[in-house]
Write a protein that binds this ligand. Structure first.
Ligand code: FES
Ligand SMILES: [Fe+2]
Length: 323
């Protein structure tokens, strides 16, 4: 059993630029150790424990042919996990077939590397179209937060925290509105890849649409009256029960002047920091332990996420077995 609480789903695990052509990269995803490396066919992902004696394959080297050589006794594996070489031993091809490492489905798209947390993926990952569009400029941030990933998703699906958590950055207006007694009415709209949240406030006629959630851990913020090249995206990738890798992408039109872009990038970092501090303070960490929490009508987003999480993710685990 593996990837408990996050099994059989696609998730990005790092930015493409983090994986060099010359060396393997270790990642921990939902408590499982993974090694990534570049192969002639693209990217390989193996469970990061050599099937011989359990050494971390991430301590090994990538060969000139794009295979991974274990750093302990030198066995060589390709991206599919097949064992190609066993130094010091004259091993027949049929015996070698039994010496495979466990490989995982992996794809590279939108400048991210996507891993499936199970043996076989029935469908490809859901990759936002705009992420693969070369026209916008992008800022990439990867941060490790000491929180459970579910709290990050809930925070992102909750516009009512903005005024109070970000009072001097993006929350000035919302804070003023909230303290004046404005009411917020939120709606959830299903779409083929998850749901979208829209809302209106009692002191403004305009309906704001723009928070999208894609199972299990993807989020997008789009504002309709901004350029179609403007979006923020986050994936909250579980590392363990107490750590989450936050992958953040901000897309902006290239026509934006650099000082302005620099300013927006700085604000993004500040806002992420403010969110992190608020989420770190939440207790308990995982939402499945938060059974005594109280809800109000504006909790539509987090309640919908909880519903999905409890049905599909919280008790999941993947059968992996030996390679
Ligand atoms: S532990 Fe990897 S080759 Fe022996
Ligand atoms: Fe926030």
């Amino acid at each position: 059993m593996a990837f408990d609480g996050f099994a059989n789903v696609w998730t990005p695990v790092c930015f493409s630029k983090s994986l060099s052509a010359t060396g393997p990269l270790h990642r921990e995803v939902a408590g499982e150790r993974i090694v990534l490396f570049r192969t002639p066919a693209g990217v390989g992902a193996l469970m990061d424990a050599c099937p011989h004696r359990g050494a971390s394959l991430a301590r090994g080297t990538v060969t000139a042919q794009g295979n991974l050589r274990c750093g302990m006794h030198g066995w060589v594996f390709n991206g599919a996990g097949d064992c190609l070489e066993v130094p010091w031993n004259n091993v027949s091809p049929s015996t070698r077939r039994r010496l495979a490492a466990r490989s995982l489905p992996v794809v590279e798209a939108g400048e991210l590397i996507w891993l499936f947390t199970g043996l076989r993926a029935d469908a490809p990952p859901v990759i936002p179209e705009l992420l693969c569009d070369p026209r916008p400029s992008r800022q990439h941030l990867a941060q490790l937060w000491p929180v459970h990933w579910t709290r990050v998703i809930e925070n992102l699906l909750d516009p009512t925290h903005v005024g109070f958590v970000h009072p001097s950055t993006v929350g000035r207006g919302p804070l003023r509105q909230a303290l004046k007694g404005s009411q917020l009415r939120m709606r959830r709209h299903e779409h083929k890849d998850g749901f979208m949240l829209s809302w209106e406030t009692s002191d403004s006629k305009s309906e704001f649409q723009g928070l999208y959630w894609t199972p299990p851990n993807g989020w997008q913020h789009r504002v309709p009256n901004q350029s179609k090249f403007t979006a923020q995206m986050v994936w909250a990738v579980p590392v363990s029960r107490i750590e989450t890798l936050v992958l953040f992408v901000a897309l902006r039109p290239r026509s934006q002047r650099w000082p302005y872009r620099f300013l927006l990038n700085t604000v993004d970092r500040l806002v992420l920091h403010e969110d992190r501090r608020a989420i770190e303070s939440q207790s308990p960490g995982p939402i499945e332990e938060a059974i005594h929490e109280l809800n109000v009508p504006t909790d539509v987003g987090s309640l919908a996420f909880r519903d999905w999480y409890n049905k599909h993710c919280a008790s999941s685990s993947a059968m992996m077995g030996p390679g």
